[in-house]
Design a protein around this ligand. Structure first.
Ligand code: NIG
Ligand code: FE
Length: 404
């Protein structure tokens, strides 16, 4: 006997199961089945496809008028941190830029202070609140970065909190060490990079990836290269916050170093975009950040796709540059500002986002873990269209309805 049948689904969204990220035109390749059926047993998908009434189960959900998709994947978040920075909103209104705030000791530095002062329990409680909010919004895979400790002790504290969340909720999580997120005010940047490189050995047990913020006034291309090579030597796959504000060549570096993802890329060069053609590095675009930094130029998603690049969309949830963990809202921004089609967006927040964090997730195929969302939406176009609110009606984790 099966456990659950979801029947009469108005639109069933089925991203393609693939080993590699979807590239270029493939991003628009999304199967959508009208009047679909999903059958679940022991937490796994038994059947997903056209209407089928041959199965029996102990429970049936009638999803007429609803859309069903794989649970969403948020491939870039800074969910574990202390404090908040609402006072920066008025500085922004006065025209002080993100990098100027950072230079003056605010921005990331202010979150570092709050994170260092917070106990592990306090950090856990705050991150847990937000993780539950994400789950309620249909996200069941989350990447979580450190980066607000800027010292081994406090980076490890953040990573432990991330692991504890993972253990408590059992959703898919990946943990990223982002020691080189800013240069501590009392340190020299070359010396600090060396320190982070030395610390890799000790964070490696808690972190799946090593990440760095390569940006004007933060870390240079050379420092980033040295750090990435050192991480790879220890067997840690690498990520990079690249070309967010200035075009330093971070995308080129990411591709040269075979990073699993290069994130932001608002200012990525033409050369970098062309290099995506021969690479499986996923360009993780974070349009919620561009929106919140109040910039006019967004990442050139179309240019990347035209160069046969692989792209994903994530929130970048953090207390400074993108203060929302609502990936649905970011899907709307992606539609408007990155000019992506609804099909491209669904792939970018499911299967491709999973590839950006090394997960086999974001699909609803026979044998897959049954992680899906029943949306209060009659078709797949509706979610990005009706922006700013939560459309997740039921969230199903390993076959169990955990949100309704
Ligand atoms: O991805 N750009 C660097 N890091 C974060 C922002 C961190 C912060 O402002 O607290 C980002 O945007
Ligand atoms: Fe980030």
């Amino acid at each position: 006997m099966n456990d659950l049948i979801i029947q009469n689904i108005s639109e069933l969204i089925l991203p393609k199961k693939t080993d590699k990220p979807l590239k270029g035109a493939e991003l628009a390749d999304l199967k959508i089945i009208k009047n679909g059926t999903v059958v679940i047993k022991d937490g796994k998908i038994v059947y997903a496809g056209e209407y089928n009434d041959e199965y029996v189960a102990t429970e049936t959900i009638d999803a007429q008028g609803k859309t069903v998709s794989p649970a969403l994947v948020d491939a870039h978040t800074h969910i574990v941190h202390g404090g908040s920075r609402e006072h920066e909103m008025s500085l922004k209104r006065q025209g002080v830029s993100y990098l100027e705030i950072l230079e003056q000791g605010g921005g990331i530095h202010s979150t570092v202070k709050a994170t260092r002062e917070a106990t592990e329990e306090e950090l856990f409680e705050k991150a847990e609140y937000e993780l539950l909010r994400m789950i309620h919004h249909g996200v069941l895979s989350v990447e979580s970065k450190s980066g607000y400790g800027l010292s081994l002790e406090h980076e490890l504290k953040q990573l432990r909190v991330s692991k504890k969340l993972h253990e408590k909720y059992g959703i898919n999580m990946k943990h990223t060490y982002l020691g080189p997120h800013a240069v501590p005010k009392d340190k020299d940047s070359d010396a600090f990079i060396k320190e982070c490189i030395n610390d890799l050995e000790q964070v490696k047990g808690l972190a799946d990836f090593a990440d760095i913020f390569c940006e004007t006034g933060v870390f240079t291309i050379d420092q980033s290269r040295e750090y990435m090579k050192a991480a790879k030597k220890l067997g840690m796959p690498v990520k990079i916050h690249a070309d967010e504000i200035d075009p330093l060549g971070g995308l080129e570096l990411a591709i040269e170093e075979d990073a699993i993802s290069a994130d932001h890329l608002v200012a990525a060069s033409e050369k970098g975009k062309q290099m995506l053609n021969d690479s499986d590095t996923v360009a993780v675009l974070l349009p919620g950040t561009t929106f919140y930094l109040d910039k006019n130029e967004y990442a050139d998603a179309r240019g990347m796709l035209n160069n046969n690049g692989a792209i994903a969309i994530a929130t970048d949830y953090n207390p400074g540059s993108c203060v929302t963990s609502n990936l649905q809202m970011v899907m709307s921004i992606a539609a408007l500002k990155l000019k992506l089609s609804p099909k491209e967006i669904w792939n970018a927040v499911t299967v491709n986002a999973a590839k950006a964090i090394g997960l086999d997730a974001g699909t609803i195929n026979t044998g897959d873990e049954a992680n899906l969302v029943i949306w209060h939406a009659k078709n797949h176009e509706y979610v990005p269209y009706h922006y700013g609110v939560n459309h997740a009606e039921k969230v199903i984790h390993k076959g169990k309805v955990i949100v309704e």
